[in-house]
Design a binder for this molecule. Sequence first.
Ligand code: P71
Length: 463
Amino acid sequence: MNTTQHEHHSWAEPYKIKMVELLRMTTREERLAAIREAGYNTFLTRSRDVYIDLLTDSGTSAMSDRQWAGMMRGDEAYSGSENFYHLESAVREYYGYRHVVPTHQGRGAENLMSKILIREGDYVPGNMYFTTTRLHQEMAGGTFVDVIVDEAHDPQDRFPFKGNVDLDKLDELVREVGADRVPYISLEGNVNMAGGQPFSMANLRLLRGYCDKHGIPIILDATRTVENSWFIREREDGYSSTPLRAILREICDMTDGCTMSAKKDALVNIGGFFACNDGDVFLKAKNLAVVYEGLHTYGGLAGRDMEAMAQGIRESVTEEHMAARIGQVRYLGRKLEAAGVPIVEPIGSHAIFIDARRFLPHIDQEQYPAQSLAAELFIESGIRSMERGNVSAGRDPVTGRNRQPKLELVRLTIPRRVYTQAHMDVVAEAVIDLYRRREEIRGLKMVYEPEYLRFFQARFEPL
Ligand code: P71
């Protein structure tokens, strides 16, 4: 599998640049004023004040000329848009599910899936929570139960499949509450909150066997499952010469349906889908879509958005695209590793996760070390990152206390096809400079806390 023209070792962008967006540089004073204005929360900063934007890889990709050309062929009909059928056939071909309902983004699909499958008092096991996924499960009356392997909670553990499900943990739950209280297992490809860590095909096969025995469906969060497929090829016996697209199909074929935020793997700025094989579930999804998204052939999207998604799916499974994607993230990660900056190991697919506990051991977790580090990096360099720690984890609904997760991380998330290797060098330099003066960094106190998904809008002040 050649990913550059003449050899296998280095990655190169499998495209050339046709249009550029100019970046704006700021002074330290401007950035300090901006972060104060934003309550020390990078989610509340304005993009015009950002130099290199590593807040997220969600909806921030650069589309190809073919995707843009597809946008011009948007069939903006209220029902039965031609672009819907293109999307449906791309999902069927690459993901393999029979039925597809477009949604405005991933959480739209999560809302439908949770409402259809979960009953009040159910338990939903999953390989680590994701913020929006868990919230929809809870709002549908379920309780999320983490059944990921222990290795996933240790940022220094180099286990190659930290996204695996721990079948003993799953079995413990099923024995305790009964299989009829477990509507499905929520399985995420390349687990975001664990640092972009994959599950193995062997683990999924065991999980399928277990679920068949107990009559429990598997619902895939397919958001970064092409990236998961890449790691299976790289690390798992028997897959070294299997094409990415075949690995993706093998994964999906072992599951019963999926929710998808197409803003990641599928290279679009907006969009997602719900997919399943069961005809009854599909009927319910189509019907609920009308309430929450729009007619089932557009799901809150324009026809042109669905066309861009269909083309994005096709591009996302190409070998050369994923080689450059993973190669770029690894390039940044290795630079930080070499300078001794503590990051989550192994390096994941979509981001480098700085371990704020080890970066700032002098800051107590109740003073939000990762939030503080993200703010400092912005002040230092204009690089925008995201807290994934105590603020993101929220409060325990029973005790009302901060959840204090083991992982207290700052995510440097790399948009697809947007930044160059030189940008990665600049990012590495800024983080390393900050690491050298880490003792000067202080904690924060939360001064405003919204009720839902607090990390988006919470405000802080320096201690
Ligand atoms: C990311 C996002 C976007 C995000 C969402 C919530 C808080 C902060 C940032 C979104 C995901 C995701 C997975 C695995 C479902 C969604 C929701 N990720 N599953 O990483 O990573 O999709 O945003 O399209 O609704 O920055 P949606």
